[in-house]
Design a protein around this ligand. Structure first.
Ligand code: CO
Length: 150
């Protein structure tokens, strides 16, 4: 495993629409492991592949320090309900935070590193992290949606 360099705001890779993953070979597992390691090292709760310069639809989330680890390949939000407002930051936007309105509950379909399709029902802060990371795959940053910034 290896720590990858996190791309910062201003780099155009953060604004690109990431491509679907079609190759579920061993390199994908290496990428996902590196993303978790890079995220934990940076004290983040989520990381999307474009944030390390890989324009593919992959993101990882763990809001409990690694007890529950989500790897989301080609994620799709099937259903969302409710709203919640909370402070967000981003490893690609150091020093910035703002209040963002997100759904309270989500149903997300995604593949894992082997290509198996899984269904996730998440709420609360995990739902916020899923939305934030999936936005990254479409070139959207939390500052685009923030109602106010600190
Ligand atoms: Co982010």
């Amino acid at each position: 495993m290896a720590i990858r360099e996190i791309v910062k705001i201003g780099d155009e890779v953060l604004r690109m629409r990431a491509k679907e993953v079609t190759d579920f070979g061993p390199n994908l597992g290496v990428l996902i492991d590196d993303m978790f390691e890079t995220m934990f090292k940076a004290d983040g709760v989520g990381l999307a592949a474009p944030q390390i310069g890989i324009v593919r639809r992959v993101c990882v989330v763990s809001v409990d320090g690694g007890k529950t680890k989500y790897e989301l390949v080609n994620p799709v939000i099937l259903k969302s309900s409710g709203t919640q407002r909370g402070a967000e930051g981003c490893l690609s936007c150091p020093g910035r935070s703002g209040i963002v309105c997100r759904p309270k509950k989500l149903t997300v379909q995604a593949q894992d590193r082997t290509g198996e399709t899984k269904l996730y029902k998440v709420d609360g802060f995990t739902a916020v992290a899923f939305c934030h990371e999936i936005d990254h795959l479409d070139g959207v940053l939390f500052i685009d949606k923030a109602e106010s910034e600190d």
